[in-house]
Ligand binder design. Structure first.
Ligand SMILES: *[C@@H]1O[C@H](CO)[C@@H](O)[C@H](O)[C@H]1NC(C)=O
Ligand SMILES: *[C@@H]1O[C@H](CO)[C@@H](O)[C@H](O)[C@H]1NC(C)=O
Ligand SMILES: *[C@@H]1O[C@H](CO)[C@@H](O)[C@H](O)[C@H]1NC(C)=O
Ligand SMILES: *[C@@H]1O[C@H](CO)[C@@H](O)[C@H](O)[C@H]1NC(C)=O
Ligand SMILES: *[C@@H]1O[C@H](CO)[C@@H](O)[C@H](O)[C@H]1NC(C)=O
Length: 225
């Protein structure tokens, strides 16, 4: 009875256990050996079940928490600086002045790891042509956070004025403008679970000369993997 207790005790130093084996190995009854064998089978079954549960848990986690989800790009607001200088009833029209397009953009990252992105490119289009382009620096949207940033694009006023539809839009006081933003990056949850993500957003809007604001903003998001 005392011997059995000693053998089960897991923390017993190896050397001590060996001494016990040396003394009693020969006298271990056959019945005890088979019981130990049965115990081993039971133990193996138990380990297999635990392993199975563990594998299932990992698979479930891979499809839920550790699955790479798409970041969401959103344009919160837009304003155009320099519109009041471009035209006023007192001074007339000044096409040489700078016009800047400022978009308040947020990147929502639903992942458990950060979304690291490279250069962000934003284009501003008028009458189907690029009238402004900006590359914003690389950055990082932290795990389960929303990164907010201002994207400032200088608009080439001479390009706007040079288009065919400028005259009619100017008379109407409404300029239809569209933007395209592209952010490419990577979400790395573990060395095995990582994915490159490209988030794109197209927006259309109208610039109202009399209110000097932007109205009818409509954005479409798209993510490619
Ligand atoms: C317009 O932008 C250019 C280039 O960024 C700059 O050199 C110039 O001073 C700006 N003009 C005004 C009136 O802000
Ligand atoms: C980001 O911009 C820098 C400077 O313009 C350029 O050298 C680099 O290649 C760009 N990286 C990517 C991934 O486009
Ligand atoms: C963006 O610009 C607005 C005003 O122009 C400012 O209030 C806001 O703090 C800026 N946001 C960021 C993230 O820089
Ligand atoms: C967004 O705009 C770009 C450039 O104008 C175009 O190639 C792309 O098809 C547009 N994507 C969507 C989803 O509208
Ligand atoms: C432009 O803004 C003015 C002033 O806010 C408004 O009265 C007018 O209806 C707007 N124009 C259009 C086409 O919505």
């Amino acid at each position: 009875m005392a011997d059995k207790k000693e053998q089960v005790k897991p923390l017993a130093p190896a050397a001590y256990r060996i001494t016990i084996h040396d003394d009693h190995a020969a006298s271990v009854p056959l019945e005890f050996a088979t019981r130990r064998h049965r115990k081993c089978i039971k133990c193996c079954g138990c380990s297999a079940a635990v392993l199975l549960i563990l594998v299932m848990m990992i698979i479930i986690l891979m499809f839920t928490v550790f699955r790479v989800k798409d970041p969401v790009l959103k344009m919160n607001s837009v304003k155009i600086d320099g519109l009041s200088l471009l035209y006023s009833s007192n001074t007339g029209f000044h096409p040489g002045l700078n016009l800047t397009f400022v978009a308040d953009v947020s990147i929502k990252n639903p992942n458990v790891a950060s979304f690291k992105f490279d250069n962000t490119t934003t284009f501003v289009y008028y009458d189907g042509a690029v009238v402004g382009e900006v590359k914003s620096p690389a950055g990082k949207a932290r795990a389960r956070r929303t990164l907010r940033m201002n994207v400032t694009v200088d608009v080439a006023v001479e390009k706007v004025v040079g288009t065919e539809r400028f005259k009619s839009d100017f008379d109407a006081g409404i300029f239809p403008v569209s933007t395209y933003t592209r952010i490419s990056g990577k979400v790395k949850i573990t060395d095995m679970i990582k994915r490159s993500v490209v988030v794109k957003m197209n927006c259309t809007m109208n610039v109202n000369m009399s209110s000097q604001g932007v109205q009818d903003r409509n954005c479409k998001r798209r993510v490619s993997l």
